[in-house]
Design a protein around this ligand. Structure first.
Ligand code: GSH
Length: 63
């Protein structure tokens, strides 16, 4: 299952969610960025050192 990190108010997050839904993929999304913060936390920076959303996790693969 894909895990998408990012607030749905972000157009870049919406593009990823939209594409995943069109492909019929099961996904879980966690709000991050903007008012939700989290992007500067050490755990998030390990996923994306640019401190931006979205991040897509698919098992061991982090994009
Ligand atoms: N080129 C990047 C751009 C990502 C980007 O600009 N994300 C913005 C939101 S659309 C962001 O993370 N802003 C900081 C925040 O939301 O906290 C990508 O497509 O992933």
């Amino acid at each position: 299952m894909l895990h998408i990190w990012g607030r749905i108010s972000s157009l870049n997050v919406r593009k990823v969610v939209w594409a995943a839904q069109e492909l019929g993929l099961t996904l879980q999304r966690t709000d991050a960025g903007g008012q939700f913060g989290m992007v500067k936390a050490a755990g998030y920076l390990r996923k994306n050192p640019n401190a931006q959303v979205p991040v897509i996790e698919d098992g061991e693969v982090v994009l």
